[in-house]
Ligand binder design. Structure first.
Ligand SMILES: Nc1ncnc2c1ncn2[C@@H]1O[C@H](COP(=O)(O)OP(=O)(O)OP(=O)(O)O)[C@@H](O)[C@H]1O
Ligand SMILES: [Mg+2]
Length: 362
């Protein structure tokens, strides 16, 4: 699939823009703080219903304005879908697909698939476990409505359980009601754990092949799921930690504390890897995501590369650009780098200056 046309109104620093994209490589270049990432952010919102940078929708609206609009036309096979996002200052945003309002993000998933690649993603291995959970969750949610539902329910129940734990501290009688939440925690939690396990195994198999290619077979990458608790032990662990949970007012065990570990040549790359090794392992995992989306949906996702080329050495830049030949890609950069020059013949190039998008005719 690819985005044919993207229209923005009062989104961040972009007052008005119509960006006619080509189905191959699109380059957004310009100085810092001009609006390049803002454009990628708007695409990401069309795919997932939320920003990758903020939870506060109001921040997405041009300073001083009360609302903002994003409109995207997505082509797949022979049909075109339209996604409309209407952001409002103090109200919930509205999203519609082909003019029909959607009730929850789950209904949006699948209309547009993206894989976003930002400098922070290259830090995936160094970052906190929550970022690695997010990496798995965002992808799984886009691919499976069931997972999205299970995960949402799990976090909802977790929040309610934690609230109750704090109330039990003051009123011990309430302890008898804890089992209601515990059985629901197990029900959703076990499904989350099992789905994550299966997904990480797939990512590991595919990314290990990619990693081997990028490193000319010098490095073997294995990604391992590290569940905080096995799904078969969840109920027991939950029951055994009740006293501790009450004391701290929070839940000790569960998939909200999961992690994934990256091994390169059998060493934990977070501890032993160089910065370059860590970035390459993250790159391999991201590229594996593209493969999984292709297999699962039969569609190529739109790839959003935010400033990542400058973070990679030339060999990795070429590998990345070579491996995405059949994928619509939107690349941001401050200058047109050598590696991109090879592709600029076919690429559409846009200059972004102070929120104004100017298409360059080469
Ligand atoms: N709600 C908003 N209204 C108006 N302008 C905004 C809003 N939010 C952010 N901006 C402006 O957008 C600009 C940042 O845009 P963006 O992050 O897209 O920059 P960029 O071109 O990607 O830069 P860099 O190369 O540094 O990553 C800043 O100047 C910021 O002040
Ligand atoms: Mg940027």
């Amino acid at each position: 699939m690819y985005i044919d046309n993207l229209l923005l109104a009062d989104f961040r620093n972009i007052a008005m823009a119509e960006i006619k994209l080509n189905n191959g490589i699109n380059i957004l270049y310009g100085d810092n703080a001009q609006g390049k990432t803002n454009i990628l952010e708007s695409v990401y919102i069309c795919a997932t219903g939320r920003s990758h940078r903020t939870k506060i929708d109001g921040q997405l609206i041009n300073f001083g304005k009360r609302e903002a609009h994003i409109k995207a036309f997505i082509v797949r096979d022979k049909r075109t879908d339209r996604i409309d996002v209407h952001l409002k200052k103090d109200e919930k945003k509205g999203i519609a697909v082909n003019g029909v309002p959607i009730r929850k993000s789950g209904d949006l998933f699948g209309t547009l698939h993206t894989v976003m690649f930002s400098p922070e993603d290259l830090q995936l291995i160094k970052n906190a476990p929550s970022e690695r959970r997010r990496f798995i969750d965002m992808e799984l949610c886009q691919l499976s409505n069931v997972y999205y539902y299970d995960l949402q329910q799990y976090y909802k129940v977790l929040k309610q359980r934690n609230n109750l734990l704090k109330r039990i501290q003051k009123n011990i009688k309430l302890k008898d009601t804890l089992f209601v939440w515990d059985s629901q925690m197990c029900q959703y939690g076990m499904r989350v754990i099992d789905s994550r396990g299966a997904f990480v195994e797939r990512i590991s198999t595919i990314s290990s092949k990619i990693h081997s290619c990028i490193t000319e077979e010098n490095e073997e990458l294995v990604i391992e799921y590290k569940p905080n608790v096995l799904s078969c032990d969840f109920a027991e662990k939950l029951a055994s930690s009740i006293e501790k949970d009450i004391m701290y007012g929070s839940t000790t065990f569960g998939p909200h504390k999961d992690d994934i570990i990256f091994y390169v040549n059998q060493n934990d790359v977070k501890i032993f890897g160089s910065q370059g090794q860590q970035r390459t392992a993250a790159l391999s995992a991201k590229l594996a995501e593209i493969e999984i989306i292709k297999t699962e949906t039969g569609q190529t996702p739109v790839l959003l590369l935010d400033d990542v080329l400058s973070e990679l050495d030339e060999r990795r830049q070429y590998y990345l650009l070579d491996s995405i030949r059949d994928t619509q890609t939107i690349i941001t950069c401050t200058g047109i780098e050598d590696s991109i020059k090879r592709y600029t013949e076919k690429a559409s190039i846009f200059n972004i200056k102070n929120g104004i998008v100017d298409m360059r005719h080469t």
